[in-house]
Design a protein. Sequence first.
Length: 290
Amino acid sequence: MLNPFLKAEWLREGRNIRLPMMIIFYNAILAFVMILFMVFNEESFQKGYYYNNSSYVYEFLIISSIQLLAVFFLMPFSVSRLFMADKENNMLDQFVMIPGISKQYVQAKILLVLSLNGVLFLSGLPILALVCIYTGVSWTIIVRLGIMVLIYSFWAGSISIFFYSIYSKLIWGFVGTLFGQMMFIIGTIIVAEMLRNGALLMQQGELSSSVSNMCLILLLMNPIASYMGYFGKLTGDTGLIATFCSYLGIDTSQKLFSLVFYKAASLMCILVGIAFLFFSVWHMEKKRRN
């Protein structure tokens, strides 16, 4: 049986002009950036400047990075819109009182988040395909980009759903979402730096393997880690992540690191998202029992 909340949300989105407007502006930004690069590269070539095809790869990287950044920036607003009608009409408190509804409610929200971001990504495929014509980027990179969009959508969407479900005010849900994302993106780096400095002070300038392993776990929880795998696959440059990891005492010279680390980081994004969804359902069920 189709989730009734998902069906209602799809009908609401289908009758609203917001989604078509989002698609138009989303693709307009991608197309504008692509045209800027095309004009700049064409002008440089005509004036006799050194022509380097690798610059086109960075054009694809920038356009794809804009798509990934859009997931993080748009997520608080997108999920806020999904909760707005229910909170304004006090429907969420009434839904919570029905046994078993909390799980269906949360499932509908996260499925709609994944669907909307998937639609945005698919709408930008013609622009990506046009960029690929003169970059030589393989179609497997586009597939990987699509998977990353879905993973980041699940990660950011789960965090947003959790904070919007526990706070009665939308503004606090918005603030909580931004705070949660920043804790994983920036907070993990700060904590890893604090662990390193503390270990150096306590152990007279040496980092133990236990401290390095704790820093490694913190890096795995940072969504930027999986993006660095995509960056390295596209450009062949892994110097930035290798330098930072060696700074924390993590050995990146082994082939096993590049083979497992980035995949584990993507898996960690999924596990973190599942945890936030679980706590969302748990909070709503606890509220019903009380």
